[in-house]
Ligand binder design. Structure first.
Ligand code: PXP
Length: 242
């Protein structure tokens, strides 16, 4: 069945809003795993607006599924990743002013900068994922760089409201997922997905093997608890795979 990575950044957002010790991302990760999460995803941002370095090391000790660290491709982050040893590093673009990750990483343009970083992560036994737009040139550059996975940015799909435009975007995602899969890459997707818009993408693109979802799950958790919020997502996955 399709894997669900639960992004718990916004548990830390709530904590950082008051600089308290709660809510604790480590406790959140355990609840997400109880609810059926296949992976815990966190983004250690350069400005440390939510997840802190200590969270990463605590989660490395306690997560029993898999830990996926999203980070910018910088020397500072590389050193931290090689120390913490998450199962996967997802390289993402990062701009300080942005509310959230806007657009995919331009791996075509950044190929020579990314190469040594990817090499080092891989030589340390860390799987490498690239967060990119669903675009053939980006996928090809990812293959040249030796990435294990690509994660497609679903922000555009999630923002559209016109049914025809949504269908065009789903076709673009499907074509890219097929292409990446044929080339031997694992295919993930994420950004902006929620309990409503997940169904069409799940049904139409079985080639996507993993989703990383955060904001909608943590928001739903305020009303039903995190374990249930995760379980509800997994139920949709099960329903669609029948
Ligand atoms: N995948 C990547 C690479 C991301 O950067 C994010 C946002 O941090 C997500 C998935 C999750 O997005 P959302 O919080 O909108 O579900």
């Amino acid at each position: 069945m399709t894997r669900l990575g639960v992004n718990i950044d916004h548990v830390a957002t709530l904590r950082q809003a008051r600089k308290t010790l709660y809510p604790n991302p480590t406790a959140a990760a355990a609840l997400a795993e109880n609810g059926g999460a296949d992976q815990i995803t966190i983004h250690l941002r350069e400005d440390r607006r939510h997840i802190q370095d200590r969270d990463l090391f605590d989660l490395r000790r306690t997560v029993s599924t898999a830990l996926n660290l999203e980070m910018a491709a910088t020397q500072e982050m590389l050193a931290i990743a090689c120390k913490a040893k998450p199962d996967t590093v997802t390289l993402v673009p990062e701009r300080r002013q942005e509310l959230t990750t806007e657009g995919g990483l331009d791996v075509v343009k950044l190929e020579s900068q990314l190469a040594p970083i990817i090499q080092k992560l891989k030589s340390d036994g860390i799987e490498v994922s690239l967060f990119i737009e669903p675009n053939m040139e980006q996928i090809e550059a990812g293959i040249r760089l030796g990435a294990d996975l690509v994660e497609f940015h679903t922000g555009r799909y999630c923002e559209l409201s016109d049914k025809k435009e949504i269908q065009v975007e789903l076709s673009r995602l499907k074509e890219a997922a097929q292409f990446a899969g044929e080339k031997g890459l694992l295919v993930a997707a994420g950004h902006g997905l929620n309990y409503d818009n997940i169904e069409d993408i799940l049904r139409q693109i079985p080639e996507i093997e993993e989703y990383n979802i955060g904001h909608s799950i943590v928001s739903r958790a305020l009303f039903v608890g995190l374990e249930t919020a995760v379980r509800e997502f997994k139920e949709i996955f099960k329903e669609v795979s029948k």
